[in-house]
Write a new protein. Structure first.
Ligand SMILES: N[C@@H](CCC(=O)N[C@@H](CS)C(=O)NCC(=O)O)C(=O)O
Length: 267
């Protein structure tokens, strides 16, 4: 079995797949699976060659024995189907539907929400701030899926209203993690079993932690805090977050904590 992953070290969607690969007994990049690093800063995800395998112009893309797979949620479900060891989906149909509801929620709410502070605090200052309006408009036009997102952001990043709404959505996600751990008996979202829901939301919470938004859940969501500590201690998490995989490590020159940025911007 040959697995190739077109990915980026610090992309949360690539990290979702790396955690799942590790849970499935394939922890090591360039040993258990072949990594093709796509440099998003150099727009390697927008080359004609890459767009042939992923017309959405995003990472990750997985090639398994010649079959091309895109969309991180579809990829992790596929991995759970083709590698039966260590199942990551509940057997009970009701619980399985519950996990899938979580997967849809993760795509709808925290995944887009995390993009807002990621771009506002790191990617806009690191990549786009120097662009002229015209250069930025030309870049946005090239994006198969995110044209509006970039147009709304501008090269200066997002403003207070967008960042605050994203924070509300992450807080809601944390409350729901806390609620379901308590309802299902923990230590994971669906109960005893570590499922695709945990694997998919892990990198998003980690990104918020890396950006310094830990204050959104610290103090009053004890089950969720314990879940996050358990997650970070898990071998699959350590495998997926190898050295250099955090966004703070990718752009140390622009990194400031959320609190520092908020103090500076006055919100
Ligand atoms: N729905 C897609 C989203 C993938 C995605 O947005 N990937 C980001 C990195 S996490 C990307 O490639 N961004 C490129 C860009 O912003 O230009 C999935 O889950 O695979």
């Amino acid at each position: 079995m040959t697995i190739e992953l077109y990915q980026s070290h610090h992309s949360t969607c690539s990290q979702k797949v790396r955690i799942t690969l590790a849970e499935k007994g394939l922890p090591e990049k360039d040993k258990d699976w072949i990594a093709h690093e796509i440099n998003l800063g150099k727009f390697e995800h927008l080359t004609p060659e890459y767009l042939k395998i992923n017309p959405n112009g995003v990472v990750p893309t997985m090639i398994h024995d010649g079959s091309v797979l895109i969309e991180s949620s579809a990829i992790v479900e596929y991995l759970d189907d083709v590698i039966p060891d260590n199942p990551m989906s509940p057997e009970d149909p009701v619980a399985r539907a519950g996990m899938r509801a979580w997967m849809r929620y993760i795509e709808e709410v925290p995944t887009p929400a995390v993009r807002v502070p990621t771009f506002a605090n790191m990617l806009a200052p690191a990549r786009y701030l120097e662009y002229s309006d015209e250069e930025f408009a030309t870049h946005a036009d090239r994006l198969p899926l995110r044209k509006r997102f970039y147009q709304r952001m501008t090269q200066k990043g997002f403003g207070e209203a967008d960042v605050n709404y994203a924070k509300e959505q992450i807080r809601q996600t944390c409350e729901r993690i806390d609620r379901d751990i308590s309802a299902n008996g923990g230590p994971w979202i669906m109960g005893e079993q570590f499922t695709l829901a945990d694997a998919l939301v892990a990198s998003l919470i980690d990104r918020m932690d890396d950006l310094g938004y830990t204050y959104l859940w610290e103090g009053d969501l004890p089950a969720m805090e314990e879940w996050f500590a358990n997650l970070q201690a898990r071998p699959s998490f350590q495998a997926a977050f190898y050295s250099g995989a955090k966004i703070s490590e990718r752009y140390p020159e622009v990194y400031r904590t959320a609190r520092e940025i908020e103090a500076e911007r006055g919100y």
